[in-house]
Design a protein. Structure first.
Ligand code: SAM
Length: 257
């Protein structure tokens, strides 16, 4: 199965390309949004043009559209782009686009103030593809522009899966540095399955969540799970923290070197 067939199938099955397990997705996607929204407020970049690379169903593009004049939301899966467009009909400053590569999208050099990649770069399985994307990003970013990448960053090498590369933190830094970037800021991020946090454990421990999880293959429990997850995420911020050496996932903020 090709990369885009894999993601198209997930989009058609789940309505998005995030965690397949909805009770995980409900909390995790919100935690990612909250953490990134908070980190964005600390950046001193212009708020003109942003690219959400591998936008999926567009949650992060919609978040960026509140701050940036225009957001380009690109994904190689045409099925998930159709879902993203459908969910963003009322928002006029997002340009959804799809194709075999973001490098085919017409973007002027030195025009992007921000590039966001939420668990996408780690799916570029070929080293050359990762490097060509980072080169492309370097050309398209303004001099003051930044890239935020949320990725798996295991402290020690773990085997890659069919669709996930699992670069270590130091391998990410090497890849970015070889393409003209330097790490500017960094945060650890929890993992629902392997490096949990108190607020997630508490959410999963609620009786209502335990019951709703049993029926989550149906549509009706999902809104209810989303409400409980929203409260758990909004009332806490323990799902991200200042960079530590052994974070399984990190939110890395790079600037041009
Ligand atoms: C784990 S999902 C993350 C989606 C979205 N960023 C989010 O967090 O909701 C990875 C996404 O990357 C997309 N993708 C995979 N390879 C890509 C590529 N070469 N260029 C752009 N998008 C890609 C997939 O179609 C999928 O939507």
């Amino acid at each position: 199965m090709s990369n885009s067939e894999f993601w198209n199938k997930r989009a058609l099955t789940f309505g998005h390309t995030g965690w397949a397990n909805y009770s995980i997705y409900a909390f995790d996607q919100l935690a990612r949004l909250k953490a990134l929204e908070s980190i964005l407020t600390k950046l001193t970049i212009e708020s003109g043009l942003a690219l959400d690379f591998g936008t999926g169903s567009g949650d992060f593009a919609r978040m960026l559209s509140k701050t940036f004049e225009k957001v380009i939301a690109f994904d190689t899966s045409e099925e998930v782009i159709a879902i993203g467009k459908n969910q963003s009909g009322h928002i006029l400053n997002i340009q959804f686009c799809t194709g075999s590569s973001v490098m085919d999208v017409e973007i002027s050099d030195s025009s992007l103030d921000l590039i966001l990649s939420v668990t996408v770069l780690g799916h570029l399985m070929d080293d050359n593809l990762l490097h060509s994307h980072l080169q492309f990003f370097k050309n398209k970013l303004t001099n003051n522009g930044q890239i935020i990448a949320l990725e798996y960053t295991p402290p020690n090498k773990i085997p890659q899966s069919e669709y996930q590369k699992f670069l270590t933190f130091s391998e990410w830094q090497d890849a970015f540095s070889e393409n003209g970037f330097i790490l500017d800021d960094c945060y650890g991020f929890y993992s629902p399955t392997e490096a949990s946090c108190n607020s997630y454990d508490k959410y999963r421990g609620y009786l209502i969540v335990k019951i709703l999880r049993i029926f989550q293959r149906f549509e009706w429990p999902r809104n209810k799970l989303a409400i409980v997850a929203k409260k758990s995420v909004n009332d806490n911020d323990d799902y991200f923290w200042p960079n530590e050496s052994n974070d399984l996932l990190k939110i890395m903020v790079y600037k041009k070197s």
